[in-house]
Design a binder for this molecule. Sequence first.
Ligand code: AMP
Ligand code: ZN
Length: 194
Amino acid sequence: MSYDTECVFCKIIEKKIPSATIYEDPYVISFLDINPRFKGHVLVVPKVHVSTLDQLGDEAIAHLFVVVKHIAKNLVENLGAAGYNIMINNGRVAGQVVPHLHVHIIPRYKDEKQGMGFEVAFPVDEKAKSMLNDIAEKVKLTKEIKPIFRSEEKKEQKGHEEEEREGNSEKSGKSSSLPYESEYFNDDGTPKFK
Ligand code: AMP
Ligand code: ZN
């Protein structure tokens, strides 16, 4: 993994400075924000030093957000949050202070003052509102984005192939190749890094 020796979150990942860690696996770490906006405010951080979401690989993003989901559910169940904000500040102009990508999960509670959401931080831009179609034309994505997971069709096909292999009792001991270029695993199923 590539870390940045000056980065506070890399230091947390490398256990050079302490954190109130609530989850960790080989790819992601999650800990409480030292300046919580609400009780249980956590950060979910990929274990690779990139600064913004667009710099992280698709597979790593998929895993990051699966972890975000599970942590959010845990906050709701164990802290009694009635909802939560999920936020990523990308770039200084967007309010990013720590230049290592991180997802904020901010639990929200029924008894708190209302009106602390989008409407306060991001008031409606009337000029942008009057140009919705022009802007949509400029930012349309024209290429289809391939899913990183196996489609049901491929799963079925793979299942048949596996059955056939087992029938021929020619097991190589290797797991089958992934249907996409994996950041985490080699084709034989071994992890690319730890
Ligand atoms: P951002 O503005 O999105 O870059 O947010 C950075 C967040 O990191 C802030 O909410 C800080 O309170 C939090 N933070 C900075 N240093 C630490 C640390 N050592 N442990 C936990 N959270 C931190
Ligand atoms: Zn870092």
